[in-house]
Ligand binder design. Structure first.
Ligand code: SAM
Length: 291
């Protein structure tokens, strides 16, 4: 086992050696607490049978711990300045590959199939907070061959993923996560565990991808359209949101009938709907459009 990259002393040495400066716009808050890194890898249940995709390796603090436990790691880093640093800090590990790319622009599907011979991979990351939601949505909606996602996010975002109807945190992200996964918050992490310190507390959350979504819907694309539409205008009634934003070409009267036929009040707001309510509404819209 090599010396940990993550100690505050070593992190400072690496940063000074390369004259590296943190870029706020890339969400660069590096972990400097070895226990937290161990906790992340433990929560992800990484074993030597696992191939792990990491998003944003930074200077390699988490990558190192994953590499010591997994069969292999592919880490995708957007910041070109970090690539020579990673080559240096991770030179002892022959099971690590680094790609200098934007994770939202790579063909994750092909990479995953190629790197683990068609077997599911695990995603483990301390995510850049400015794009947490787009990354999670991308990982879920693209139906990638992933068995679990263990990520550090803002505590509030972790809570949002688990929130239910009528909670102010409940939104399209909550529905997507709960449709595809079982989610559990593993640990809460204080700002002092990062360099530089973020303003808010963070949490590690594990999303276990289900073999099949929690509810059956007739048309998944339509289901997510209804969900995004319902939360796009939170203060409006569901009927008005669907009428104004849905583009379904269904009259207000017929939308009201559809809503009432799902045992919901005609004035209900989207934020009051459970996962299965959303499923019922989208199935009824599907039937209406295919009648
Ligand atoms: N894993 C390291 C750690 O725990 O110390 C760094 C985590 S830091 C919160 C987020 C990392 O994601 C940074 O290294 C940042 O440059 C990288 N990043 C930001 N946007 C990215 C993107 N679109 N694609 C890939 N990496 C990105």
């Amino acid at each position: 086992m090599s010396e940990r990259i993550s100690t505050p002393k070593r992190t400072k040495e690496i940063i000074e050696k390369y004259g590296f400066y943190f870029k706020k716009n890339f969400g660069q808050n590096f972990l400097i607490d070895s226990n937290v890194l161990d906790n992340i890898v433990e929560s992800a249940g990484v074993t030597e049978d696992d191939f792990v995709f990491e998003i944003g390796p930074g200077i390699g603090s988490l990558t190192q711990v994953i590499a010591e436990n997994a069969k292999g790691v592919l880490a995708i880093e957007i910041d070109t300045n970090l690539i020579p640093i990673l080559k240096d800090t991770l030179s002892d590990y022959d099971n690590v590959e680094i790609i200098n790319q934007d994770v939202l622009k790579v063909d994750l599907n092909s990479l995953i199939e190629e790197k683990n011979n068609g077997k599911p991979v695990k995603v483990v990351a301390n995510l850049p907070y400015y794009i947490t939601t787009p990354i999670i949505m991308e990982l879920l909606e693209k139906k990638l061959n992933i068995s679990s996602i263990t990520v550090m996010v803002q505590k509030e975002v972790a809570e949002r993923m688990q929130a239910g109807p009528k909670n102010k945190e409940y939104g399209a992200l909550s529905v997507a996560v709960q449709y595809y996964c079982d989610a559990s918050i593993d640990i809460i992490v204080q700002p002092s565990c990062f360099m530089p310190r973020p303003k808010v507390a963070s949490a590690v959350i594990t999303l276990k991808l289900l073999d099949k979504p929690k509810i059956d819907v007739k048309d998944e694309e339509l289901f997510f359209k209804v969900v995004k539409c319902a939360f796009g205008q939170r203060r409006k009634t569901l009927m008005n949101s669907l009428f104004n934003q849905g583009g379904f070409n269904i009259s207000k009267e017929d939308l009201t009938e559809i809503i009432k036929s799902c045992n919901l009040d005609e004035k209900v707001r989207g934020e009051a709907l459970s996962l299965s309510d959303f499923g019922n509404i989208s199935d009824k819209i599907y039937d209406y459009l295919h009648r």
